[in-house]
Design a protein around this ligand. Sequence first.
Ligand code: ADP
Ligand code: MG
Length: 242
Amino acid sequence: MQTSQPILWTKALEKRFGGVRAVSGVDFSLQPGELRCLIGPNGAGKSTFFKIITGQLKPTSGEIWIGGKNVVDAEPHVIAELGVGIKNQVPDVMNGLTVRENLWLAAASRLKGMEVARGVERIAERLSLGPIMDRLVGALAHGQRQWVEIGMVVVCDPQIILLDEPAAGMSDEETVLTAELIRELNKKTTIVVVEHDMQFIRKIARTVTVFHQGRILIEDNFDVVIANPTVREVYLGRSGGL
Ligand code: ADP
Ligand code: MG
């Protein structure tokens, strides 16, 4: 239900790679405070959609509005300054630096002076990274590295967080903790999460948007979405079913 002005919306958004329509005519709208899940099979266009929103890729056509501004031509740093943070699907960490150094670099890109150190310490505490702060990121287990990446986004205090497969490769226990972390972050921040893991989605989902072949197939609450015959057909045999 429409309750206020969307914090983010797109109109007829399109991205073609040669003959491939990775994103095709997407009208997407996000209300402040939402925790939206974005699901869909591999190649559905989810990561491309995130990269267009954050200015990492330019759309072929269409509009993107963030906080009332048309940002279709904006560079990534401008989108970040508008308060959009992203954890990409492919890691953006520096493996040869420590957790603390990675968090510092991320914080220093958005915060000034003493705020950087304070921000790093606050995030270390909030994400329980204390014991691994001086370890090299390249030596961490995959799940821990994902948390460092989430920390690198959160330390910049964004208004909107986009998380592309935050639970990929995690153990069951780490997945549960990540779901809890996302719900906690959502108390103050609007979040969009791309994930494959249906158990994970079930734990956090409210409104779920399903992408298929670059388009929005259905958008509804979790129970309606997983009962939808087309959604089941799209997933069957690809993610082990629903
Ligand atoms: P998802 O994240 O849903 O798995 P992607 O957004 O990564 O999907 O990919 C959507 C489609 O766009 C796929 O067919 C993929 O091969 C294609 N694609 C993505 N990035 C590129 C690129 N940089 N160059 C060419 N094709 C791409
Ligand atoms: Mg992807």
